[in-house]
Design a protein around this ligand. Structure first.
Ligand code: AMP
Ligand code: MG
Length: 410
């Protein structure tokens, strides 16, 4: 059996960014991955600005003669270009307005008294007080968002703040999914004896869509070799990855494995993890004349186990980073927290367990009582997965590795 880390390293070493980029409006670029650095063409703020409503002054006017009464020589609202500040005077100024040349500090209006066209300063500011210097946030020419960044709302705002109307992004990763299993029924259909609902279709599609993939869902493919091979051949043409679930256990009566072997190549992995264990990784040949935008002559194939929690966990731990590397991201490892276990798990498992747990009000972790790989309830109840190494029992109060779903679901 492979360790989780070995399987992940082997899988990720096969992934490289897809080719194909486009320039799209910044307003439509949420969740896309930058294919080029975004460089700021300007300083932010573009000029010295006041961060208070008050009076712009020259500090030397105060220290030179101790004078605290200054005539007001101009009024500068935000959005207006000021005149240079006349020596020995103050300028009325507002938040966000340009500091006039010559002024080196702002006295906030709460620390002043005004009468007619004069202001008395009740405070001696240090040079620079309440002034945000030009370029204090961003310097012209600096990289504000490197290639490989997935565009969050904040990142779009940052790009817009330097005037970027369009962004260079990679095209979306195209993923085909299908499901096998004679027991699978779609919600809305009556459930015959021995049947179950195809819950994985909903979970996996949702997961792929959250990652920003372009998903083609072939639904339930009849469990026949010809039908499975035909679906694989068709899916291989226009996709970067084919994802299936079910039928990768050893000795399974299922046509996915022979179909992928006939249409490409396949490795069946046994991973020392729970839930999970079987994972199939390979590729399906692409007809030469249709080799799409992608440069490769084959399409990746990943076969997940059918148990709902197993497919969920193996997706999060393996498929997610794989897809994000295809998408052009550079950092794909989830950030892991060290948290206190507020429970005891006496029995050590020889496999690497990924336990569904929840953060409680005291900042510790509670464990979902039923850790069976068929119990989807645990995935909704939980906030994430405890990554518990093989042969390790957990005692109450111990610090464990916790991977929050917030790190894994985007
Ligand atoms: P398999 O990996 O095909 O041996 O399936 C393992 C278990 O997962 C079986 O109980 C299947 O009924 C169940 N299963 C397989 N595919 C799905 C699916 N799409 N949705 C829900 N359960 C599934
Ligand atoms: Mg099956």
């Amino acid at each position: 059996m492979l360790s989780t880390a070995e399987a992940l390293a082997t899988l990720l070493s096969a992934a490289s960014p897809i080719t194909g980029t486009e320039s799209i409006p910044t307003l439509e670029a949420l969740n896309r991955v930058l294919s080029a650095d975004v460089t700021s063409p300007l300083d932010v703020p573009p000029m010295n600005t006041s961060s208070m409503d008050g009076y712009a002054i020259r500090t030397e006017d105060l220290t030179a003669n101790g004078n605290r009464l200054l005539p007001v020589s101009q009024r500068i609202p935000a959005g207006h270009a000021p005149e240079p500040l006349k020596p020995g005077t103050a300028a009325r100024i507002f938040t966000g307005a340009t500091v006039p040349p010559g002024a080196d500090a702002i006295v906030m209006q709460e620390q002043t008294e005004t009468s007619d066209n004069e202001v008395t300063l009740l405070h001696s500011p240090a040079p620079g007080e309440w002034i945000t210097a030009q370029g204090a946030d961003i310097r012209s020419g600096s990289i504000i968002l490197p290639a490989g960044t997935r565009l969050t709302p904040q990142a779009l705002g940052l790009a817009a703040s330097v005037g970027c109307a369009e962004l260079q992004v990679r095209r979306r990763v195209k993923v085909a999914v299908f499901f096998t299993g004679d027991e699978l029924t779609m919600p809305g259909e009556p459930l015959k004896p021995g049947a179950i609902y195809n819950s994985n279709r909903f979970t996996l599609r949702g997961l792929l869509e959250k990652l920003g993939c372009d998903v083609t869902d072939y639904g339930i493919v009849p469990d026949k070799l010809d039908a499975t091979r035909a679906t694989l051949r068709e899916a291989a043409q226009a996709h970067d990855l084919i994802l299936t679930c079910g039928g990768v256990s050893v000795g399974e009566e299922d046509h996915v494995k022979p179909a992928v072997e006939a249409e490409g190549r396949l490795s069946m992995w046994q991973i020392a993890m729970k839930p999970g264990k079987p994972l199939a990784f390979g590729a399906v040949r692409r007809a030469a004349q249709q080799a799409d935008a992608a440069s490769s002559d084959e399409t990746f194939f990943i076969g997940l186990p059918g148990n709902p929690v197993s497919s969920f966990a193996t997706f999060l731990l393996f498929v997610r980073p794989f897809v994000l590397l295809l998408a052009g991201m550079r950092t794909v490892a989830p950030r892991v927290l060290s948290l206190r276990a507020d429970f005891t798990q006496k029995k050590a498992d020889r496999r690497n367990e990924f336990l569904r747990a929840r953060i409680n009000a005291a900042g510790g972790l509670d464990l979902f009582p039923n850790q069976s790989s068929a119990v989807l309830t645990s995935t909704v109840w939980g906030d994430g997965l405890i990554d518990n190494p093989p042969n390790h029992a957990i005692s109450v109060g111990e610090t464990v590795r916790f991977i929050p779903f917030s790190e894994l679901l985007n």
